[in-house]
Design a protein around this ligand. Structure first.
Ligand code: GDP
Ligand code: IMO
Ligand code: MG
Length: 427
């Protein structure tokens, strides 16, 4: 049976890109199926670092087909920049990249709306989006009447569609500070996006049918999640989430491949926790230890460069997302970062309004009130970045892994001890 998924179990940036790149040699097709340019997936191969936003992290393995599926919201300018930068670095794209004609297009008005809406939320705390137009584009997709898909760019009525949408957007967004070079002139936007469409033409197709043919032919497919399960629009820390189903639940809807073809789900988690943007984060460390983790882990956003908030591993949250995303095994990343700390902590439950709670709360206010209950373990204080077998890890590190597996309720299959492909423990 063909489908394996790599899904983030925390608030994104769990190092999914590294794992996908590592696993790709075992697959024929790699698929991104949700999110868009809000994602930033880093792959390090020797002295080369690649940062991918739309294109699957499988693209660096020659001979593998990389699909940007139906559920993705694509920014054509960013996508073309990605393609160009990969081409410049000698990566084969033609014949290896397919873009869904059903994927929705992010337009300049989406980015402007995103900026305007993110300036305040109902409770006064910003979501802190990536300002990539993701929420407004998904909003228009669901709203249907003002949405434009990639396939629409090739139709004779594209010009009329643009004019109609811009007229309405200008009325709706009167007074919004666009802060964008683009003046929303229909003729300019039509010309600009027609240019993108021409350049993207060789890659555009019906990826849903392509993937259905592929699974029926038993071809091996790797699905690459973007964001993380706690950012899932339905089951995450709403409203401090992204606008797609970024848990394992989104794979089928976003790709068009029914769940019955998915036989394995790997959940990716850091050995600690990070979050970018607003929203509750019970194990956040606002002290020197948090700062130390940020510096040791180089925890600055791949897409926006924002410093990531850092904290201890939250086993309540990851136990929840492991179940939600239906994972079989865990890939635990960034173990090298914790090596330098005298002690490490794992959150095993919360105390909410004086009550001990093991369940991840459904309401953001309860999560805000949650006080982490910690188990403290001695740090191993030994460089692990050269370990290639679990037996080579210090006892303290192995105990930490065992305890996480026990608390989350799933085995740890991979351990990452550095950004490079090689810095991975597979046994
Ligand atoms: P993604 O969005 O889930 O693909 O993750 P990002 O690429 O945004 O962030 C993960 C960062 O950690 C990247 O800079 C990776 O190169 C780096 N990385 C991956 N695995 C490890 C690891 O085991 N140790 C360290 N120190 N860095 C890692
Ligand atoms: P990858 O795929 C980390 C966060 C934003 C913000 C919230 C909503 O690299 O793991 P959005 O722009 O999606 O409307 O922002 O979600 N966010 C991410 N955080 N990694 C990501 O992607 C993220 N994509 C979005 O910081 O809090
Ligand atoms: Mg990232």
């Amino acid at each position: 049976m063909p489908g394996t998924c790599v899904i983030g179990l925390q608030w994104g940036d769990e190092a999914k890109g590294k794992l996908v790149d590592l696993l790709t040699s075992q697959f024929e097709i790699v698929v991104r199926y949700q999110g868009g340019a809000n994602a930033g997936h880093t792959v390090v191969i020797g002295d080369q670092t690649y940062k991918l936003h739309h294109i699957p992290s499988g693209i660096l393995n020659p001979g593998v087909i990389n699909v940007v599926g139906t559920g993705v919201v694509a920014n054509p300018a960013t996508l073309l920049k990605e393609i160009d930068s990969l081409l410049q670095r000698g990566i084969q794209i033609q014949g290896n990249l397919l873009l869904s004609d059903r994927a929705h297009i992010v337009f300049p008005w989406h980015i402007a709306e995103d900026r305007a809406m993110d300036s305040s939320t109902a409770d006064g705390e910003n979501i802190g989006t990536t300002h990539r137009g993701i929420g407004p584009c998904y909003g228009d997709k669901v709203g249907r009447s003002h949405a434009i898909r990639l396939g629409d760019l090739y139709r004779p009525d594209f010009r009329q569609k643009i004019e109609r949408v811009i007229t309405i957007k200008q009325e709706l967004l009167a007074g919004v500070d666009w802060s964008l070079p683009n003046d929303l002139d229909p003729q300019t936007i039509h010309a600009e996006f027609s240019g993108y469409a021409e350049r993207l033409r060789p890659y555009v197709c019906d990826t849903t049918s392509y993937l259905l043919d592929a699974v029926e032919a038993q071809r091996k497919i790797l699905f690459e999640g973007a964001q993380g399960s706690l950012l899932d629009v339905d089951h995450g820390t709403y409203p401090f989430v992204t606008s797609s189903n970024s848990s394992g639940l989104g794979v089928a809807a976003g790709s068009g491949v029914p769940g019955r073809w998915i036989t394995k789900v790997i959940g990716v988690a850091k050995a600690y926790t990070t979050r970018v943007g607003g929203g509750p984060f019970p194990t956040e460390l606002s002290d020197a230890t948090g700062q130390r983790i940020r510096e040791l882990g180089k925890e600055y956003g791949t897409t926006t460069g924002r410093p990531r908030r850092c904290g201890w591993f939250d086993a309540v949250a990851v136990r929840y997302t492991a179940r939600l995303s239906g994972i079989d095994t865990i890939s635990l990343m960034m173990m090298d970062v914790l090596s330098h700390l005298p002690e490490v902590k794992i959150c095993t439950s919360y105390e909410i309004n004086g009550e001990r709670v093991n369940r991840f709360p459904s309401h953001v206010d309860d999560l805000r009130a949650a006080q982490p209950v910690y188990e403290t373990m001695p740090g191993w204080q030994q460089d692990v970045s050269k370990a290639r077998r679990r037996a080579e890890l210090p006892d303290g590190a192995r105990r930490y892994l065992d305890r996480i597996a026990e608390l989350v309720g799933r085995p740890i299959e991979f351990v990452s001890v550095g950004p490079d492909r090689d810095q991975t423990i597979l046994d």
